[in-house]
Write a protein that binds this ligand. Sequence first.
Ligand SMILES: N[C@@H](CCC[C@H](N)C(=O)O)C(=O)O
Length: 264
Amino acid sequence: MRFTKMHGLGNDYVYVNCYEEKVEEPERMAKQLCDRHFGIGADGLILICPSEHADCRMEMYNADGSRGAMCGNGIRCVAKYVYEAGLVERERMKVETDSGIRRLVCRVREGRVYLVDVDMGVPALFPRESLSAGGSSFSFTPVDMGNPHAVLFYSDVDSVDVEQIGPAIENHKRFPGRTNVEFAQITDAQNIKLRVWERGSGETMACGTGACAACAAAMAMGLVKRKVTVRLPGGKLDITWSKADGPMILTGPAKKVFCGSLCP
Ligand SMILES: N[C@@H](CCC[C@H](N)C(=O)O)C(=O)O
């Protein structure tokens, strides 16, 4: 089976072109391929498939084999892949996900996609809540970006024990389907510093839906303006949400690292 390793700000996935390849048992394959010592090493597995409703379809699995409905960094890489492989010949395209169809615009230089704008849809925000985990109490904003998020605010995210708090909230009984967890620091009215504990993958270098969720929560609380740069360990994403009932636009890079094939 041939694969391509790609990433958006270090949020890395193994991509398989399912126009040509067939992946049996993708949950098991995801666990095996994502292992950073015994496999290729990645945050998840993304299958690029034909679609009856859009230009192509993205099917994503986290590193633990669980299915994710949406991936903001992954979908930009899918757009880059299908454009550069000639599977979709337009810079404007629609990609089907488990949480609906997303519209994307590829920015191209010398035939290569270097930046992608994604219409992430309208964030669904819920009132702030509190929960107790590991003997501490945490306040968070639940946000649905097509996948679930719990956004927490801190004055200094570098000092947060993400490895301990992340899984405690991810697996808390408040979230029967588990959740992604955002640790956000408002730097100023146009900048957020963010770390993300991803459901099924652990702390990642970046999370597109997580960055959008953090912006939605911060914007709704009046902590930042409607156009924000989010700085994550792997780099920065630009996010614009012009009005509360309109779509959020995510802009960021997509990179190919290597192509390979699995040994028989
Ligand atoms: N890295 C992603 C989100 C991947 C899915 C997530 N872990 C989930 O289970 O919902 C992104 O860039 O949005």
